[in-house]
Design a protein around this ligand. Sequence first.
Ligand code: GMT
Length: 377
Amino acid sequence: MVDKLKIGITCYPTLGGSGVVATELGKLLAEKGHEVHFITHSMPFRLGKFDKNIFYHEVEVNDYYVFKYPPYDLSLASKLAQVAKNEGLDLLHVHYAIPHAVCALLAKQMVGDHLKVVTTLHGTDITVLAQDESLSDLIRFAINESDAVTAVSKDLIQETRNTLSIDKAIDLTYNFVDKRVYYPRDVEALKRDFVRPGEKLLIHISNFRPVKRVLDVVEILDKVNLHMPTRLLFVGEGPELSKVMSRVKELGLMDRVIFCGKQDDVAQIISLADVMILPSEKESFGLVALEAMACGVPTVGSDTGGIPELITHGETGFLEAVGDTERMSEDVLKLLRDDELYAKVSKACLYRAQVYFCDSVITAQYEQIYYRVLGKE
Ligand code: GMT
């Protein structure tokens, strides 16, 4: 019989792909009989319904008056150690090297070497934080001292090696989607609330950080709309939102754009759309493109980071150089004008999401890593 494990998971519990992946993984592990303890500063937003194998431990930050800054990292480290001891955890699976892996390593020192630490790299700790010399040694330490390290694309593994001169083995664990949630939904009736007959619908979902190049999405809509009546759904919020709204007004596209804000039922919204637009400057994986793929919606985006490992240009979407909105809009038009091509690409999307980014396959990969670090292979 396979050993059931006691696993602690720490992630950023609010919106964001890493939080989604960590939470979905925890839920799937719990379904397989493992005991899963989320240790985070607030309830992970995708946690959902009650499960007897899922526990939530809130990290409360001590705001003692001598502290200039409340020490979240120390509160997390001591909570991790406390939960690990009280619950007899086998391992901590932490998402992001900074600060989570560093905190987990401190907890391991407090609890003992039998507590293993698995760290998953999602991108920003390598592509942004590791560029900062004041943090790079700490990130290298966190990676080298973890019992296992995983990354969400080959590109991110390579970038970790190059940026931090790291030789340690890093396991590739692609992002995944739960096929029971992400599938083409029947949204024909709902679609009539968003587009008129004959119109097409584009979608962009992100946290509107500069790295997402959301203004490019508006340029693409503008260009496509010149040739074909098209609308655009923006899902999410973030620092670039007001700039995006100004550009939409400047181009006279207000009646073509719907700003939905943050939304929970992403699969339903994606199913409304014809094409997902992801023109990011950098993307270690691009979870939203996978979510779209699993709903049969192709992505047009940039050929950068881990995106080409997910989307095969010409088969499951189209990828162009970062910032080339001209070619991206031509790709969108190519897809929207040719029903036969669209159907072929959409079918290929469903197949690729099922076969290569299937929840059960990736969950099993994580389990294998857990058993390996615990010497239970
Ligand atoms: O993209 C973001 O700004 C959010 C960030 C996160 O922490 O959720 O996303 C990163 O992790 C996701 C899950 O592994 C990946 O799908 C995203 O590509 C990655 N973002 C970047 O690399 C910019």
